[in-house]
Design a protein around this ligand. Structure first.
Ligand SMILES: [Zn+2]
Ligand SMILES: [Zn+2]
Ligand SMILES: [Zn+2]
Length: 78
């Protein structure tokens, strides 16, 4: 089923974090209400019985990047 991916880049050279916009990850399950393959004809109340009505819990990533964050690097600090 579909979910959101939330990424927060952590820049280790200045310690700042930058949260990126949520990214929606689509699945291709027919039984998922948010999927691109979910039939348009499948509507509540039957959809509610047969299909996923919720997205999965968001995946959260916070990769460490060995650099200055964009703000610090644009302000010219070394
Ligand atoms: Zn889905
Ligand atoms: Zn449905
Ligand atoms: Zn910074």
């Amino acid at each position: 089923m579909c979910l959101y991916r939330q990424v927060r880049n952590v820049y280790t050279r200045c310690g700042h974090g930058v949260t990126l916009p949520d990214e929606e990850i689509k699945c291709d399950l027919v039984q998922c209400k948010f999927s691109t393959t979910h039939p348009k004809t499948c509507k509540p109340p039957s959809c509610r019985r047969t299909c996923w009505q919720y997205r999965q819990f968001p995946q959260q990533y916070s990769p460490n990047i060995n650099a200055l964050c964009p703000q610090c690097s644009s302000s010219g600090r070394t």
